[in-house]
Design a protein around this ligand. Structure first.
Ligand code: SF4
Length: 319
């Protein structure tokens, strides 16, 4: 519709930056695309390559086939492991079946795997701060023999730990946690076991941290915040929590513009928009376009910093 629409309420959109794709997600998608080019379709992918339906469906249209387990991959076809990382048993099984496999595990997840191995070799018990059942946590737990790593999800779990100051202990974390909640859990851990060894450099990744900082910057000005992302995306869910904690009156996840409950924007004058690390920018644009159909929209991007991180492709595909 053209021309002025005097009855449309005005809506001021604050766009958080950085938002959306991180270097690990970018690389994982490129790996699947490069594998399709190198080996031809179909290329099998164990688990959602990244937690976003739109990304998965786009790759499916190009010839990727998503499976839950290696047993579903036919003889002779290549398989890609997702960005979240896999237990050691998975590449071991692929090797024993002589499969062609490409590992799209984010290098920042691999870094946590290496820390776990290092602590284990040094004779330390390991506490993993993370969310039970998330594929990254399953992958990290699977780097070492059962029982070597204890999962801790809350401050209460720390109180239940069977350890004291004489226990050689180290902690590692999932990469996509809430920075503030994790700090509380770490403080509780230190209060119980002062000698606990911390990661040399934060395990929560730069992308998670930056997206949370950007949300905190705009949240106090927002009547509502939309986080474009999938319900199974850990970093996206954390952004909703961070927005609420930082003062946005309302905050919710949204997969696609079509699913937006407009009643929730009733009375909203300032709307924050961000996107999880696995959500493509096109989905953010879709939400803004949908808002423009109902509101007189102004958009202001608020940057909490630049991102320059890039990861190399695995050697198997970079030649
Ligand atoms: S969110 Fe962080 S750890 Fe996860 S893929 Fe992106 S950069 Fe890697």
């Amino acid at each position: 519709m053209h021309g002025t629409a005097p009855n449309r309420p005005s809506l001021s959109i604050l766009l958080a930056a950085p938002r959306g794709f991180c270097a690990g997600v970018d690389r994982a998608i490129q790996i699947v695309e490069a594998a399709l080019e190198r080996f031809g379709a179909p290329v099998y992918v164990r688990h959602e390559i990244v937690h976003n339906r739109h990304v998965v469906e786009t790759l499916e249209a190009k010839g990727a086939v998503f499976v839950d387990e290696l047993a579903e991959v036919p003889e002779g076809r290549p398989v890609v492991f997702s960005a979240h990382g896999v237990p050691k048993s998975v590449p071991a099984e692929a090797q024993s079946r002589n499969m062609i496999y490409v590992d799209a595990t984010c290098p920042l997840v691999s870094k946590v795997h290496h820390e776990a191995e290092h602590h284990h070799a040094a004779g330390r018990r390991i506490v993993l701060i993370g969310h039970a059942g998330h594929p990254e946590v399953v992958g990290t737990l699977g780097q070492l023999p059962e029982g070597a790593i204890t999962l801790v999800e809350t401050v209460e779990d720390v109180a239940r730990l069977d350890a004291d100051d004489s226990t050689p202990l180290a902690y590692i974390t999932q990469t996509t946690l809430s920075v503030d909640e994790t700090a509380e859990i770490v403080a509780a851990l230190r209060a119980r076991i002062a000698s606990v060894v911390a990661p040399r450099k934060e395990d929560i990744c730069y992308a998670t941290t930056n997206r949370q900082t950007a949300v905190k910057t705009i949240a106090p000005r927002c009547d509502a915040m939309i986080v474009v992302g999938s319900p199974n995306s850990s970093n996206s869910r954390r952004l909703v929590e961070v927005a609420l904690r930082a003062g946005s009156a309302d905050a919710f996840l949204l997969q696609r513009a079509a699913g937006l409950d407009w009643a929730r924007l009733k009375g909203v004058a300032t709307l924050g928009i961000t996107a999880g690390a696995s959500a493509p920018e096109i989905l953010v644009e879709e939400v803004i376009a949908a808002c423009r159909e109902r509101f007189d929209v102004s958009v202001e991007e608020i940057s909490a910093g630049e991102e320059t991180m890039r990861f190399n492709m695995p050697r198997a595909l970079s030649a």
